[in-house]
Each structure stands twice: as structure tokens, then as C-alpha cells.
Design a protein around this ligand. Sequence first.
Ligand code: SIN
Length: 517
Amino acid sequence: MNIRKTDVLILGSGLSGLMSAQLLSSEKNVIVLTKNRLEDSNSYLAQGGIAAAVQADDSWYSHFLDSIQAGCHHNNKSTTKALVREGPAMIEKLIEFGVGFDRDSDGHYQFGREGAHSLSRILHVGGDSTGKHVIEVLKKTISEKDLVIEGETAIKLIIQNDRCLGVWSLNDNGEMTANLASAVVIATGGYSGLYPLNSNASTITGDGVALAYEAGTSVSDMEFIQFHPTLLMKNGLGIGLVSEAVRGKGAVLIDENGEALMDGQHPMKDLAPRDIVARVLYRTRQCGKQTFLDIRNVQDFPQKFPTITQLCEKNGVSLEKGIIPIAPGAHFTMGGIDVDGFGKSTLNGLYAVGEAANTGVHGANRLASNSLLEGLVFANRLAGNLLKEPSRRLPAELEWSGMEILKESPSHAHLREIMNKYIGIERNIDGLKKAAEIFNQLLQYTKRIEVPSLEQVQLRNQVLTGWIVATSALQRTESRGSHYRTDFPEKDDRQWKQRRIIRRKLEHESIKSSSGA
Ligand code: SIN
């Protein structure tokens, strides 16, 4: 059995993981484990940019208000304040590292606009390839430190005396390693990959939440799944994202008859909060109509959006007529591992950051381009916290005792269909009970094996995470933001009123004793 030891073990190589590694590695030994290649993350795919109140006529308070109104006042106000107040300093830090945000011909930063923002405040790089540029800069800054191990997946946390001491990992050759660390940071992203139509990197399968939940850590807000209104469609399949920034430049959502879909739906029309726009598109499509993004008003589209132009060209989607086929698809998950404002989970020694964590800053529906910002701000807070922590004595050896996997499991595709059918953009009690029951049944029958395959681990994680989402969605008997229950319909003006804050933790419980409803 291989053993590795380090001060901080980071799982995942998206923005929050790499930023944490960069900030910690001058004083601590750090290892980053990533499932596939370093570049396989949602951060790398991020088009829109990073929202931050950095221009003269903006303020942290305005950014704060936009964030909590988009989030339907379900946000944690204290962490949301930290997000918007500490954001500009993190932008400065990225500039110091060498990130060249786009500027106009006078040298002023260009600011994009996206849904539910009251003004243009989104910094971007390369037009629509912000994530790729930022990750490439971070990759360069940490490359000489040789911190990243690719092709290795965390499959089980190592817990002793109520403390997380590391993770067992499995590499591409089926070899197991015990990775021991004073602190383990889960930065594995969210769980939108559980849906058939999604904008995520293929590596995003809800592993982080499943690992933490299995070990008894609290997770929360798991029912809040953000569907992005405009996934690029070809032959019924989603083939990438068309950034909301395109609507920020004047594009309009239309149906197959050319009717503008957001007219009369919300005062902000095409730039209404994402959950509202996604529902309008969903209902239009449920009526059997096709949906499109009309970009005829957007000047110099290929120059402004080179990544999307390339994506269309590569997939044979013509931009000549100025009409792009789109549909809503799962994009971002607001829920995750419950953490405090500095990344600490409810289990000693275990931390979470980025989309895997629930810091409460996104409420029931994330404000556009607040996710890379969250990754930066909370990586900085986490690193500040961990730098104060002493290194711990780690066990000299460990014994692997095998792992429970499902006796039987349908395919990933079938499991995704269950999520889509019963826990999609609109849900109700009957569908949610059905999904919870199906997942619960699958979790009843397990077997212990010595060394599982990655496929077996991922299927189990997918079922467990699906069960948690279904159970959480059943327990929230209201419609709020991205959690829309047709059996508890909302009032039309609900976005703009103060809401009661409801936060709930799903306590660790035995899956086998749960009714799932
Ligand atoms: C987009 O570019 O539309 C996505 C940005 C985000 O998810 O915040």
C-alpha cells in the first residue's frame, strides 16, 4: 500500500483548489489530487467572467443587494458581505499574478453585464474565456512547485477519533494510496453532472458531497440546482454553453415563431435572474416549441465571443442567420458541504471550498459570475485559516478495509434521467418521492469489495448524491429560487420581497433506515 504525507491535501484542480494551493504552498507542504488532467474543471470552462464592484459608480453594497435578491434572500448575509467586500482585493491579486483582464482602446477595463446585476460589473479575459486564462496563469505560478498529481481520485475519507486525517485514492492503474494530511480540502466542484443536459466538465459527478456525507459531515441546500438558460443545442444534445454575457450585449430569447419570450415575464426581461429565465424556457419547450437565442442585435459577435463562435463552428451550428438553438441545462449547484466563513466543515480536519462548499453566498439562486469570485475569496479565507493551524502527527501506517459498492446499479445515463424527470427545473411531491425511493432502494443493497473500480465508486456517489438532493427537495415545502415546486407555487413578485431565511442541515443518518420521504 502506498502512503503519502503532507500538511494540506487539496482534492480538485479548479480555481478554488489551485488558488488555495498557491496561497498555502509558500509555508506548507501541499498536494493537489485531481481526477483527470489539471484543466478538467468547470472553472476552466467559465466564459462570463468574475463579478466584482471595482468601478467608480459601483459599490460592494450594490453587489450585495443584487446577490441576495437573485438568491431570494436565502443567502447567509455575513458570508455574502465578505464575498462582495473582499472580491476587489482578489481581483488585484489575480492582476499581480499576471491575469490580463480585457480593456478598451483607452486602457480602461471592460465590464460585461449578466442576469440580475443592476449594472455592468463583470471582468473578463479573452472575451469569453475567462476561466481558461485564469487557470493557465495559476498553473504557471504553481508549476515549478510540482504540487499537482493528475489521474488520481479520492474515494474515501480516512477518519480516526472524529478527525479527518486524509483520503484513500485510486489511480488510473487501479492502485490505492493512503494520502495523510493535517488538513483535507474538498474542492471537487458541484453535482450538476448528475443531469443529462449540463454545462459541466465530465469529471463533475458529485464526489465531494458524497465523500463528506458518508463520513458524517453536514451538507445543506442540496435542493438548489441552477439551470443555465442557454446551453448550445445540436440534435437534441447539449454541446456547450452560450454565456449570459451574450444577452448582456443585447441578444434576446425567442421561440420558433420569433416571439420574444421574456417580454412581460419580468422587469429585467432577458437579464432576469437565471431561475426565472430557465423556467420560461422550460415551459415553452414543454409546449413543444423550440427555443433560440437571437443574436442579430449583437455587434461584432465573433470578436466579442470568440470561444462561443468557435464552439458553434466546430459543431456545425451556423451563425449566419443570427439564431442559435438553445435549451436550459444544469449548470451550478448552490448546495454542498456545510462550512463556516473560513471553509471549516462540521468534521475536524475537513474543509471545503468553491462549488463543493456551501458558504451560503448564493442563496437559492446564484448571481451570475459570482462563482469564480467565491472560489477566490473563500480560497483566500481558507488559506489564511490553515496557515495558522499546526501540523499534526499522522499515523505511520494504515490498513485499507475495502469499500461498500452497490450490488446493482443502472447506468449513469439512466440515473441522470431520474434526476431530470423528477428533480428538474420543476418538481412536485410525487416525483420527488419516486426519485428518493428509487435511490434509496439502490442504496439498500451493497457489497464490500477489496479494490473498487472508479466506475463503481462514481455510480455509488451518483446514487447517494441523488438521494440527498431528492430528500432535501422533499423537505423544502415551498418554491424558492431554483427550487420550484409545482405543488407549492410561488407568487409572481417573490424575487423582490424580503424573505424569511430558512437554512437546514441534513443530519447524517443511516441511509438504510431512511424512508427517503
Ligand atoms: C455565463 O457565462 O453565462 C456563465 C457565468 C456564470 O455561470 O456565472
